[in-house]
Design a protein around this ligand. Structure first.
Ligand code: AP5
Ligand code: MG
Length: 214
């Protein structure tokens, strides 16, 4: 059982660590960004609404995100824990999450804050490539695929996310500082946050996370 949040700026490695964490602790990975991208791909009304904000690097309005995240948390597979990636992202979202968990006799076990410097974030974001088919993540310099443009796992086409250009990435980082960073103080008050160095190798970061969690 592990109920946790992965906090950290855009490009910090939340998705990269999430894959490892959910495998080890056998919990579902809930990424609000992934849910929005899936909806955009399927052309849903929700996807259309979210895309307008995401393409500018702005946050999708709180009420919409809270509804989506809490609906997902009500699903059966979240009974024995979950990993939230990219939610909450504002103090208001965090308060609503707390209310939701309290109403369901639940609470967070730990909040994991991934720390990475700004220059490295920009390098990671602009160099990221994702598989159009299975969603696997690569990096043109750090983790290139065996064959350029092709997913090692499924052979799918590797593409760049629409919000991974330099201009939008800069705005995402600035939005993070204004609206999401205050969450660190919010969770420090409740005392269950750990700060983990996200600038080292994914394996070493994962080791630190496991130590903190266990
Ligand atoms: P979201 O999809 O959550 O994006 P993000 O927070 O900007 O984070 P990223 O997915 O860009 O980065 P990551 O930390 O997952 O890094 P990754 O592991 O891929 O949100 C997108 C948008 O959706 C938001 O801008 C907003 O509009 C909307 N949204 C989502 N949730 C919302 C909410 N709650 N409220 C309002 N709006 C919301 O790694 C990045 C790259 O670095 C990869 O190429 C990877 O291979 C590489 N890398 C990873 N780790 C390492 C390492 N240790 N060393 C070297 N390279 C590494
Ligand atoms: Mg991500």
């Amino acid at each position: 059982m592990l109920r946790t949040i992965l906090l950290g700026p855009p490009g910090a490695g939340k998705g990269t660590q999430a894959v490892r964490i959910v495998e080890k602790y056998n919990i579902p990975h809930i990424s609000t960004g992934d849910i929005f991208r899936e909806n955009i791909k399927n052309g849903t009304e929700l996807g259309k609404r979210a895309k307008a904000y995401m393409d500018k690097g702005e946050l999708v309005p709180d009420d919409l995100v809270i509804e989506i995240a809490t609906t997902r948390l009500l699903e059966d597979d979240c009974k024995d824990g979950f990993l939230l990636d990219g939610f909450p992202r504002t103090v208001y979202q965090a308060e609503k999450l707390d209310e939701f968990l309290k109403a369901h006799d639940s609470k967070l076990d730990i909040v994991i804050d991934l720390e990475v410097g700004e220059e490295e974030l920009m390098r990671r974001i602009t160099g990221r490539r994702v598989c159009k088919n299975c969603g696997a993540t690569y990096h043109v310099v750090n983790f290139p695929p065996a064959v350029e443009g092709k997913c090692d796992k499924c052979g799918g086409e590797l593409i760049q996310r629409d919000d991974d250009n330099e201009e939008t990435a800069k705005n995402r980082i600035s939005v993070y500082k204004d609206q999401t960073e205050p969450l660190i103080g919010y969770y420090e008050k409740s005392g269950n946050i750990v700060h983990v160095d996200g600038s080292i190798s994914p394996e070493n970061t994962f080791d630190q996370i496991v130590k903190a969690v266990d």
